[in-house]
Design a protein around this ligand. Structure first.
Ligand SMILES: NC(=O)C[C@H](N)C(=O)O
Length: 324
């Protein structure tokens, strides 16, 4: 059996933490995964790098860019797969960023934990082992970035954190789970359509995400237009609708050539123009807002960042954001 080398990049998160005597969870100086005894497939060896040791709330696009650059390099270093350990709070964003920018066939697997190393029922080591299994399995190649926790494999494109504390927190509401791990097998349930990948060089853009609500007025949108924003994501109502006042605010932003991207604040489903009245999706789109069809607000923000860094504007930007 040929030897398979897996690159492991630790970035921090609960998987690298422990609880103190009061039960408060804190960062460990030494990542508990480093000394842990784990069962890895027979022909697999690990090359481990501690790239960061951060809670994932401290991770932003600048850190994602560092990971992106390391993974681009790793692609020509003879690895059979890559595992990234990460805090779960922003794990879906790092996974989506890498999935949208890396044109790499190698399996890239992100994992994390909901319970730290010394908590009862800690899930870190188990998820770490599972991620190594998935990353060293040939079936995992060419599937884009994968997220593995709790015996499930999710596609970065659709996965989201659904629960504050439950270990079964990751779900893919639109597509469903992409694969499962059993004691002896890794079973993929479907293939996704090909991803649209663009490179990234610069992440210094200011793109806030705003959530719509009943009675939203346009004031905040107009105030934002006076700041240095490069675009805005609005988590709109239902299939992508807003109050009349918010719709007027959107027109104001668009008149100042600020891209406005609409997603839904609903947890599941696809945002698309349906209603033709003031604030309805049809009129928002007619005014120039862009519907980012199948992704949530935090992912749309990264996608707009990547699109703008690739100098996409107008129709090309719209097409890119609408690509499934
Ligand atoms: N479960 C976790 O990893 C949550 C933690 N706050 C983090 O994202 O770093």
């Amino acid at each position: 059996m040929a030897n398979k080398k897996i690159l492991v990049l630790h970035t921090g998160g609960t998987i690298a933490m422990h609880q103190d005597g009061d039960g408060d969870v804190e960062t460990s100086e030494e990542n508990p995964l480093i000394q842990a005894i784990i069962k890895i497939p027979q022909n697999v060896t690990l090359q481990v790098e501690n790239i960061f040791n951060l809670p994932s709330e401290h991770i932003g696009p600048k850190h994602m860019l560092v990971l992106y650059q390391r993974l681009l390099k790793a692609n020509s270093e003879g690895f059979a797969g890559i595992v990234v350990t990460h805090g779960t709070d922003t794990l879906e964003e790092t996974a989506f960023f890498l999935d949208s920018t890396l044109d790499i066939e190698l399996p890239i697997v992100l994992t994390g934990a909901m319970r730290s190393a010394n908590e009862l029922g800690s899930d870190g080591l188990y998820n770490y082992e599972s991620a190594i299994r998935v990353a060293s399995d040939e079936q995992s190649s060419g599937r884009g970035v994968l997220v593995v926790l709790n015996d499930e494999i999710h596609a970065a494109r659709f996965v989201t954190k659904t629960h504050t504390t439950n270990i079964a927190t990751f779900g893919s509401p639109i597509s469903g789970v992409m694969g499962i791990l059993t004691k002896r097998q890794i079973i993929y349930l479907y293939n996704l359509p090909k991803r649209h990948v663009l490179p990234i060089h610069n992440v210094n853009r200011n793109i806030p995400v705003l959530k719509a609500y009943a009675g939203m007025d346009g004031q905040l949108l107009e105030l934002l237009a006076a700041t240095n924003i490069d675009g805005i994501i609005i988590e709109a109502l239902g299939a992508g609708n807003l109050s009349r006042e918010a719709a007027t605010g959107v027109s104001y932003l668009l008149s100042r050539h600020i891209p406005v991207v609409i997603v839904s604040r609903s947890f599941n489903g696809v945002a698309e123009p349906v209603y033709d009245y003031l604030g309805g999706g049809v009129q928002l789109e007619r005014a120039g807002a862009i519907f980012a069809t199948s992704i949530n607000g935090q992912k749309a923000r990264l996608k707009l960042l990547i699109g703008l860094d690739n100098h996409l504007i107008d129709e090309r930007l719209r097409k890119y954001l609408q690509t499934f």
